[in-house]
Design a protein around this ligand. Sequence first.
Ligand SMILES: Cc1cc2nc3c(=O)[nH]c(=O)nc-3n(C[C@H](O)[C@H](O)[C@H](O)COP(=O)(O)OP(=O)(O)OC[C@H]3O[C@@H](n4cnc5c(N)ncnc54)[C@H](O)[C@@H]3O)c2cc1C
Length: 432
Amino acid sequence: MQDSYDVTVIGGGILGCAIAYFLSIVTDSSIIVIEQEKKVGLHTSSRNTGKVHAPFYYNPDKKSSTAAYALKGFDMVKRYCALHKLPFKEDGVIEIAINDSEIDVLHKHVQWACKNGLKDEDVKFLSKDEMLLIEPNLKCESGIVCFRDASTDYGLINEKLMQDAIMYGCKTSFENKFRAIYPNTKTAANRKLTVIGTVKDITTDYIINAGGGNSLDIAHSVGIAKEYTDLHFRGEYWIAPEKYNNLTKRSIYSVPRYTEYPFLDPHWIIRNDGRCEVGPNAVPVFGPYSYNLYDNLKNAVPKIFESSKVGMLKLFLNKQFLRLVSNEFSSSLSKTNMINRVRRFLPSLNPSDFKQRGRAGIRSLLIDKNGNFASESLLVENESSLHILNYNSPGATGALPVAVDIVRKLVHRNIVNLASKRINFLFMDEFE
Ligand SMILES: Cc1cc2nc3c(=O)[nH]c(=O)nc-3n(C[C@H](O)[C@H](O)[C@H](O)COP(=O)(O)OP(=O)(O)OC[C@H]3O[C@@H](n4cnc5c(N)ncnc54)[C@H](O)[C@@H]3O)c2cc1C
């Protein structure tokens, strides 16, 4: 295999594969994806809630780009799933107010939906009585139904994007963990950089860092985004027994109470195949792959060392943050505490019926020097690399339009060239 490429994409999650997919189809450049695992999509992209989110609860003043990508992502995911016969169930979602004070938040979310580009018919406010007519098992004061929300399997989409990219010439290097980038000293290839991997080095002109939970460490290794540090939160799920499969018609979210933190209360989730789950919570862990105790402890020492950084220290002195963290730990250790968080609005759930944990996924969130969480994803660049950081929910929904924008940006800067012979494909209109 050739070991010299125009562009090297680090990370075979849904974002890296979406970028590789568009680059391989619309440009003349040679592309390689390097992935530390045996195959693509083994981490966050297949360990999530599987919702194609509509942007009704993203504040348009703070999260306008997140909202715009979610809006556009919905249509693109729908088209891609239709083409490849992948699951895409337009099942809608409900957000409920559990007490009177949350009703105002719901009204605000209807306004945000409109500002974020949803149509009037996409989101409907329902009074308590109207809500109980459609979901009689719910306990709430009122709610919003968002009809433009869907369930899918992002792991399958991730794999298909990789297959499509390979079909259009993209190469892959699996079980090859990125370690460092150096200016190219090899004479064999006329390239600017050498990417050092655990099993194979690659010479390349440009690097795209889509390394998910490792993306900040990768950026730091080239001296970028040093002002940020990160914290990882494990989102855990419990699978509901079959007897609860018809408890509600739609997934149920409660109004988020602490919007500046990553602690949403767990939801009642209906997956695309009809299975129901409770989750996710957000338990602080030491690393992006800390799915179990052993993996968590492996990362403990470097992370504890890192927590002496200013932003992290400020966060750890924040009493509200610490109180919320202890709540998350308690719902991790106690199944009853976790299920009780959803029982607030679905009182017929019995914690002792829940026997099996679902697949946990880990969010990696950036923290600035003041101890604040970054509100949106960040694109940070130097002349030969681009880094996508803080790429969190609804990142799977937005991966296709985000990838389109990144590829357009690279074309605009002449880092890659549009192919002279254009291939007619599903998203051709994005590049005309
Ligand atoms: C609990 C939870 C629920 C979520 N629910 C939803 C949802 O319902 N809807 C939604 O739209 N979004 C959701 N998200 C967010 C969404 O899943 C993520 O934003 C998205 O999957 C991120 O994709 P990614 O490609 O950036 O990261 P990843 O999928 O983590 O991919 C990164 C890849 O990079 C590889 N990698 C890392 N370091 C290296 C290295 N050094 N060398 C080589 N390879 C490397 C990893 O192995 C991995 O394959 C959820 C996230 C979580 C945690």
